[in-house]
Design a protein around this ligand. Sequence first.
Ligand SMILES: [Zn+2]
Ligand SMILES: [Zn+2]
Length: 297
Amino acid sequence: MARTTPPRPVDVEALFPEVAAFRKVAVRLHPRIGAPSARDSSLGGPVLWPRSHPWPYCEDDHPRTAYSPPGTGPIPLVPVLQLFAGDVSELVFPDGTDVLQVLWCPFDHAQGYVPRPELFWWDSSRRDVERANPPRPAGARDAYVPNPCVLHPERVTEYPDWDLPEDISDALESRFDQLEEDTPWSYWSHLSVSGGIKVGGYPTWTQEPNWPTCPACSRRMDHLLTINSAEFDGESWLTWLPVEDTPATGTIWDLPYEKRTQIQRPPGLMLGDMGGIYLFECARCPDRPFAYRSDCS
Ligand SMILES: [Zn+2]
Ligand SMILES: [Zn+2]
């Protein structure tokens, strides 16, 4: 079943023409519990891997937290996201590749006290790729190891929230307030940035933006994708909950906890307190420098 974000309840660019220049397309991935194969785009599903490359391990020192590895020694990364070019054509794949993978080490790291992600780009037609079968790291907690989910990519339009330039945000403030008085809609919660797991668009910052700079060319890196704990929260569900997941009677909050969780947090991830991990890259530089940030509410 496809997932469809309802149309914005108001014409954002007619009400706030100032934000039109900042419009971006995001591809919401809408993960839902399923049984993807290694040849499918998936979250937490099996991934392809070339036999000639050893599976990657993390050798970082990990801080002591509730999410520390139980012992010492290298930790096998776990598959988090696999995206084929055919499913997310907005991604700019390096020449000769057609599959992007995000793997991470499922323990807290000094940067952000979240898992540390790594990116891999492969050519899925090479002859030595096969379904990887990495061991689950001992002591890894479910909050950092996603449940296998199939994806339902959908394009939506986003406008910046935290990334709206301050002068524009100031100029619009009274009109945003007026909208909130006249309607149930808040620009920030209901019209600007989608939550959940998505490619492109704006990072779902919950604090001041913290864009990384490319170490090679010194320009601001581009947002590649975001992995959030939840698809929506107690405010944003009003406009970002897919039509197909909207109960026929009552609201999403009337559903039993288990049922709601399968819609709000299907992968079962909990990054900080309902936080997210934002992945960035510089596509201008030949070796595609990569960085990540995280925050939580
Ligand atoms: Zn690690
Ligand atoms: Zn660069």
